[in-house]
Design a protein around this ligand. Sequence first.
Ligand code: GRF
Length: 211
Amino acid sequence: MSTSERIRLAVFASGGGSNFEAIAGAVARGALPLDLALCLSNRPDAGVLERAVHHGVPTAVLSPSDHPNPDTYVQALLDVLAAHRVNFIALAGYMRLVPAPVVQAFRHRILNIHPALLPAFGGKGMYGRRVHEAVLAYGVRWTGATVHLVDEQYDTGPIVLQEPVPVRQDDTPETLAARVLQVEHRLYPLALKLFAEGRVSVEGRRVLIRG
Ligand code: GRF
């Protein structure tokens, strides 16, 4: 993708989609200069799909479990992205690993948001409530949100933006998740805006932001 090409974004989500809502809201307000081209879920009952319909964003449901052959799954994924002329992907509560051929086809053009300060409290199996339980069990004073580029593993790609959130003595996984989520809803549209404005470059593990 050239730096001047307008982003046509696909959001991949498996759940309720509050981050999708934050992104779609920013686009609707004119605060995020990109086109929302597709909302893709692996679950037909995911709440995010209703939100997408409400915002007039095309939806697709595609699950690896519907494709016993991984190659046909990858091809179906690439086909739906091509059909909607997608050139950038944002994972927002997407509970599946993006297949390596898709990561390669969209190198440095897939973002994920994680509800902790990576590289702590990340990796396979570390999602949702489990992240906040682990944060509280460890006793760290700070947690937060991380937006990072996606590579072939869970939560290991170069970090774009992070914002800390203090852990309170009386926090439960739910109260902590709610405060982190508020930060996520601000941080994810901001990260996407940096890419939409062509201000991001990647040098190895380091993400450089101009201006
Ligand atoms: C968020 O906490 C995000 O960081 C994580 O999954 C959650 C998705 O929430 N990857 P929502 O579906 O966007 O409300």
